[in-house]
Design a protein around this ligand. Structure first.
Ligand code: HEM
Length: 124
């Protein structure tokens, strides 16, 4: 199909507004969580297979790089949760004007990081 719509795909020069950043992170976090499901299922299965399987999974989860991935996944869930609630409110027609949308994008971004830091602090 021929279209006259301009296409500009220089990703390094595109300046997204904050709402755009929150939107793209919402999509990325959703995909990351979906991709995690099979890995989590395999690890659960292994951990429940017996004491050796449990020790193996515990060892894997104790590795610093895996811990870092878990922190990123926890952020994914939190960002997806807060940005998702923001989208549901926007779908209800709440906070549609530009300044309110910018403020709610800021709140969604900050809330995920704040809960991650507070939750991380409490679990230490
Ligand atoms: C924690 C509560 C959650 C809320 C409030 C939520 C909310 C939403 C909303 C409102 C959308 C549609 C966004 C749009 O209109 O573009 C969405 C998309 C999506 N969600 Fe969730 N979600 C949640 C949890 C999850 C979880 C646990 C997963 C994965 C395991 C997930 C995966 C996805 C994916 C893959 C999309 C499509 C993303 C895209 O193509 O932009 N969500 N979510």
């Amino acid at each position: 199909m021929q279209t006259t719509r301009p296409v500009f795909l220089d990703l390094w020069r595109i300046k997204l507004p904050l709402s755009g950043v929150v939107s793209i992170l919402h999509r990325i976090s959703g995909v990351m969580m979906v991709l995690t499901i099979p890995v989590a299922a395999i690890l659960f299965h292994q951990a429940l297979s017996g004491p050796e399987g449990f020790a193996l999974v515990a060892g894997i989860l104790d590795f610093w790089l895996v811990k870092l991935v878990l922190v990123v996944l926890a952020w994914s869930l939190l960002h997806h949760l807060f940005a998702g609630i923001r989208y549901l409110l926007l779908d209800l027609g709440l906070g549609l004007d530009r300044s309110a949308a910018r403020r709610s994008a800021m709140i969604a971004l900050a809330a995920a990081i704040a809960v991650l830091v507070i939750g991380g602090g409490l679990s230490l």
